[in-house]
Design a protein around this ligand. Structure first.
Ligand code: AMP
Length: 821
């Protein structure tokens, strides 16, 4: 928020500055610029003149920001410095821009293949120095422009890439050092071979690969995505291939560059500190290094060692402790013979391999893509070209697959060709043709009918042979035992062992207390940390709820759900044993002044997204469809890396898939997170969880509790306050004060507020389901306008608790209510 305030101040300052600029932005053939003279763009953003970088004495002609004269974005004579201050910059009669030295020799010149009647050089507001015909402002007709010859900086509206007709390659190249703008070793450019991709080069070799454009971002870097502050464009046609970014708000100054050490960075100008703040600095870790693991291997920076062979491949020459020989990479366990039958193994969430020897087609479907790959023996893999809207287009790889890595976010699906005899998980989702599908359906129906008939015949036969009654009875008994066994598949812990592990449930080991009793930390004899939830004898949770929780959680597995390790039912004690979460619950961070500082935006966004994915799993993807019914900050636990895990399924309830809405005669949950229809009428559905999720998202962004929220100007709840700010176009003010978001993150945070507001809408049918929420949070699609939230005011809070408006002294303990209705 602070960042934004300063941007507004910054833009106001520049509009003042701009109106007062009266210096020339152009030179004509009878004018010249001597050392000391300058050109200034019409809006006062950029200046052109002579300069010496750092402590060097040599002179260069360059363009810099008016706000920051030491930030040079372009240098004319970067490889031909002047030794003194006698340089003169001129435009010749036939439209060349020339730099002359003391002997009137040309040390640098622009080029042009056309002539102009009235040539003029002009420094444009974008920082582009152009030579054009005085009366012709059509960029297509410029005789020459500095934007075609970038130095170390990519400015907004500058194209990075190729004019495939003329062969012009626009690329960014580092300075040799901070005092020498001569072309250095590193460059960022588009490799036009195969499916074009952005690469970072060191001299003539690829150092790192951002990858090709997949419609949303580069395949190897999801950080560059459309958002309200930047517009990205990747153009790929017969005439040109280029990448460009634009800033709709021209008062914001952003520049991207490759520094002399070869690190790509992006900066934004902060007027508050009068300095450039880095907003993106490329992480050149091992996995970013081009082909670090060799061919047919994948790099995972979170693993040690980082390299591993793809499934079905073996290291050529494994070395001690390292499963992959990085220089050789991996080879197939089963070689591919052209006349063999082949299949594809699906690898998800990866940075697609080097596309320089790939082939692509924009209009094919994935099914057609697979068909073409199968037909060509040298095709080794295929993938979608564009991931938007479920995926479209086709990329085919021929030959080695190199530079694959695992991505935490934004990775893609890659289908790798394997011999059919190769053991391994086949591609899950097959692309069946309609004919095949009909054949499969008919085939399986016949099979089922056949099996039923066989079953019936054998049943009748058995019936004749055995005593009916006896058989039935013993079968029933067996079945009951079987289902009990299934319920109790989880390890059963011994009461004494748990008492020992928790130091006899000592207060020192107590982690917290939920609605159903205290939770203790324990250490098992083998050293494993556990959390023991001990059901209070006087809690509302009876044996049924307890078993419900055990049965449900035991069957659920997802990285965003807390893992149940076992249970203990003994001596009137019911206990659940969970994996221990060292960072405890989310509420202890977001609502704590000191600890909240440990959660930066990236962690908060990761938490919101993780919770959304966990909830989506519960609602749609798990074997049982679950409504949590008590989603709240204290039920989100955090692991070592602050990844969120949803806990406390004691109140969850299995529901049938077609059951949209259910009525309950008990209100269970926590005020502040409860949807209006649930609190008022006992109606719950997956949309009640969506409401709670929305509240949680707004709490995470604001660092404020919904329940007992207090504001000096009004009596609204946090959701009401967020809504008020939203309709008044001030959503940034919701963001927690002590968090400074860079512009890039800011747009993302605003998106999370937007999604939060969609989730807390009054009417359940207006709220998105969790699969839409997950999508909305992870892409840049346009979001619908939110309508007024439920519990806009805090009236229910006031009725149901000791909270009183105006006093701001709400009892902060959220109580899980168990009320008879
Ligand atoms: P609950 O009864 O599940 O709401 O848990 C009450 C409190 O105990 C939580 O807010 C956490 O602070 C703590 N807690 C619960 N489960 C765990 C766990 N698995 N690891 C660490 N702390 C936990």
């Amino acid at each position: 928020m602070e960042a934004f305030t300063h941007l507004f101040v910054c833009s106001f300052f520049f509009s003042l500055l701009r109106t007062s600029i009266s210096q020339d932005s152009t030179i004509t053939p009878n004018q010249s610029i001597r050392d000391g003279g300058t050109l200034v763009s019409a809006d006062g953003s950029f200046q052109l003149g002579f300069f010496s970088p750092g402590n060097s004495k040599t002179r260069y002609v360059g363009i810099w920001y008016m706000i920051s004269s030491e930030t040079v974005v372009w240098v004319a004579n970067r490889n031909a410095p002047l030794n003194d201050q006698s340089g003169v910059l001129k435009v010749t009669d036939d439209g060349f821009l020339v730099l002359l030295n003391s002997t009137n020799s040309i040390v640098w010149s622009s080029n042009t293949s056309r002539t102009a009647e009235n040539p003029v050089a002009q420094l444009l507001d974008t920082g582009n120095l152009v030579v054009k015909d005085r009366i012709d402002d059509d960029p297509e007709k410029f005789l020459w422009q500095s934007f075609d010859y970038p130095c170390d900086t990519l400015l907004p509206k500058m194209k990075l890439g190729w004019n495939l007709v003329t062969g012009l390659d626009r690329f960014v190249s580092s300075w040799k050092s901070t005092e020498d703008p001569a072309q250095g070793e590193y460059s960022m450019r588009i490799d036009p071979r195969g499916l074009p991709q952005v690469v970072l080069m060191k001299r003539d070799s690829i150092l790192a690969r951002l990858g090709s454009w997949n419609g949303l971002h580069f395949t190897g870097y999801s950080g560059l995505r459309q958002n309200p502050i930047y517009n990205y464009e990747f153009v790929l046609n017969e005439k040109e291939v280029y990448f460009e970014y634009k800033l709709p708000d021209t008062s914001v100054f952003v520049r991207s560059m490759v520094n002399p050490s070869g690190v790509p960075q992006r900066f934004i100008w902060m007027d508050r500190t009068h300095s450039w703040e880095p907003i993106i600095t490329a992480q050149l870790d091992q996995c970013a290094i081009y082909a670090f693991c060799g061919s047919y291997a994948s790099c995972d920076i979170n693993n040690s060692p980082v390299c591993s062979c793809l499934e079905g491949f073996l290291s050529k020459s494994p070395k001690d402790g390292d499963p992959v020989d990085r220089s050789d990479g991996c080879v197939r366990m089963t070689p591919l013979e052209c006349n063999d039958r082949h299949k594809f193994l699906k690898r998800t969430g990866v940075k697609l391999p080097d596309t320089s020897s790939s082939w692509y087609n924009k209009s094919m479907t994935l099914e057609e893509c697979e068909g073409i790959c199968l037909k060509n023996c040298s095709c080794t893999a295929y993938a979608s070209l564009d991931v938007r809207g479920g995926g479209s287009g086709c990329v085919l790889w021929f030959g080695r697959l190199v530079d694959i890595s695992e991505l935490a976010e934004g990775g893609q699906d890659l289908y790798i060709r394997m011999a059919i005899s190769e053991p391994g998980r086949p591609e899950k989702k097959r692309h069946f043709s309609k004919k095949k599908l009909v054949a499969i359906i008919v085939g399986s129906t016949l099979l089922v009918v056949g099996m039923t008939i066989v079953g019936l015949v054998s049943y009748i036969w058995k019936k004749k042979l055995k005593n009916q009654e006896m058989t039935k009875r013993s079968q029933m008994k067996d079945n009951n035992n079987e289902s009990e066994k299934e319920d109790m598949e989880l390890p059963i812990f011994d009461m004494v062992a748990i008492a020992n592990a928790t130091d006899n449930f000592s207060n020192n080991n107590k982690l917290g207390e939920g609605g159903f009793g205290p939770v203790y930390k324990g250490i098992l004899p083998e050293g494993r940390n556990i959390a023991v939830k001990r059901l209070s004898k006087n809690s509302g949770q009876g044996l049924n709820e307890f078993k419900n929780e055990v049965n449900l959680i035991a069957k659920l597995q997802h990285r965003n759900l807390v893992k149940l390790l076992g249970s203990c039912i003994q001596e009137n004690e019911n206990m659940l044993i969970y994996e221990y979460m060292p960072n405890k619950s989310l509420d202890s961070f977001i609502f704590d002044k000191a600890k909240s500082k440990l959660l930066d935006w990236h962690k908060r966004i990761n938490i919101i997204r993780g919770v959304a994915k966990g909830l989506l799993y519960l609602h749609e993807d798990s074997r049982l469809k679950i409504i949590h019914r008590d989603l709240k900050a204290s039920n989100i636990l955090l692991d070592n890396n602050m990844n969120p895990k949803i806990s406390d399924f004691g109140l969850a309830r299995s529901f049938e898939e077609d059951q949209i809405d259910s009525k309950t005669n008990r209100i269970i949950g926590t005020y502040g997170y409860m949807s209006p229809e649930y609190a008022a009428h006992g109606q719950y559905s997956i949309k009640s969880d969506v409401f709670s999720f929305g509240v949680l998202a707004l709490e995470i962004v604001s660092g404020k509790k919904n329940r007992g929220f207090c504001h000096s100007d009004h009596h609204l709840s946090l959701t009401g306050h967020a809504w008020k700010l939203w309709i008044e176009d001030r959503p940034m003010e919701l963001i927690e004060d002590n968090l400074v978001a860079d512009l890039c993150t800011l747009s993302n945070v605003l998106r999370h507020i937007h999604v939060g507001l969609l989730c807390v809408q009054q009417r359940p049918k207006n709220r998105p389901n969790m699969s839409s929420v997950v999508q909305m949070l992870s892409n840049e699609s346009l979001l619908p306008k939110p309508k007024q939230p439920g519990f806009f005011t805090d009236s229910l809070e006031a009725d149901s608790s000791s909270t009183k408006h105006g006093t701001c002294s709400a009892n902060e303990i959220t109580i899980t209510l168990l009320e008879a209705r």
